[in-house]
Design a protein around this ligand. Structure first.
Ligand code: TXA
Ligand code: MG
Length: 309
């Protein structure tokens, strides 16, 4: 990936003026703003139409900068060494003398932090003297964007600038682990929980909690706004059918997440395909059975939420 100096310069220009910009990450595109500025952070909530009680993830370049704002612990250090930069978000305790805008966490002392891997965003973070608060760059409850074009589709001229970083490589949001207490998985995502469990020698399991206090972890989220039926062998005539196995016969309503059961590839394609199906105005989405392992677990989780009424 070639990094254009002009896009870094433009980004810095807008961010210093407390404006939001679109940034590429390996998971999905983010709507980024200066995490140390109340004004900038409030702009994110406004643009995204996000309820103020749904906290944001703060993106840092490295652990040294993070430690100005947060306490770290042993589990964090092990996971950081193994997976960062990468698609893993940690909930950590804020230090008393932190500089994070109180709007980021809705006044709580727990902060979600992440070290994104995309080279352009890493260079941008390196050059800034503040970290970036960034939710996924879609309107609340809608589908996460995985290209610059998707972000522009969501916000039009309301967003000042979106860096072009190509298509997001993982295509699903980061895994979230709460380390403020006994380690707990809050969201499935780009790093498989089996790998996290191995690293910190704990058998972590994930429970989908319908009454979770954070909207992104509760029902109806990541939604294309179309009913979804799962584990379907024979689709109806006019529904959009998501598959992971190649069929002999072709059909214009077939949308392949993968043609050879590659779950990583399927994860990468999920949001792009859901966006496409929405544009084509299908009334129903049906999904072939997707094995509930590795990234299949994440895909099933997102589809289940999207299908919750
Ligand atoms: O991959 C990602 O994580 C992407 C990219 C842009 O980094 N970001 C992302 O942000 O998915 P967002 O805002 O769409 O989802 C963040 C989730 C929300 O469900 C929010 O409730 C939760 O993280 N969250 C944020 N701060 C939290 C905290 N202090 N405690 C618990 N959950 C938190
Ligand atoms: Mg989101």
């Amino acid at each position: 990936m070639k990094i254009r100096n002009s896009s870094i310069k433009k980004s810095i220009h807008f961010l210093k003026k407390n404006e939001c910009i679109g940034i590429p990450t390996e998971t999905v595109y983010g709507l980024a703003a200066n995490a140390y500025s109340n004004k900038a952070v409030l702009n994110v909530f406004k643009l995204k139409k996000r309820p103020k009680n749904n906290p944001l993830i703060v993106h840092y370049h490295d652990i040294k900068r993070l430690q100005k704002d947060c306490y770290t612990n042993n589990s964090f250090l092990k996971l950081y060494k193994k997976f960062c930069p990468g698609p893993l978000t940690f909930i950590l305790k804020l230090k008393k003398e932190n500089s994070i805008s109180r709007y980021v966490t809705n006044n709580s002392n727990n902060l979600a932090v992440r070290f994104p891997k995309h080279p352009i965003t890493r260079l941008l973070l390196k050059k800034l003297n503040f970290p970036l608060a960034a939710p996924s760059a879609n309107k609340s409850t809608s589908i996460s964007p995985v290209t610059r074009k998707d972000v522009i589709e969501e916000f039009g001229t309301k967003i000042k600038y979106v860096i072009n970083g190509g298509r997001s490589k993982v295509g699903l949001e980061s895994t979230i682990i709460d380390l403020t207490n006994k380690p707990k998985i809050l969201r499935l995502g780009g790093i498989e929980i089996e790998k996290i469990s191995d690293t910190i020698k704990l058998n972590l399991i994930y429970r989908r909690n319908k009454r979770n206090k954070y909207p992104g972890q509760s029902k109806l989220h990541y939604s294309p706004g179309i009913p979804i039926r799962m584990n379907i062998k024979q689709p109806k005539k006019n529904s959009a059918y998501l598959l992971i196995n190649k069929r002999k016969k072709n059909n214009k309503n077939f949308f392949y997440l993968s043609k050879n059961r590659n779950l990583k590839e399927a994860g990468k394609n999920l949001y792009k395909i859901l966006r496409n199906i929405k544009k084509k105005r299908y009334k129903l989405i049906e999904v072939e059975k997707i094995p509930n392992i590795s990234f299949g677990k994440v895909i099933n989780d997102r589809l289940l939420r999207a299908s919750t009424k």
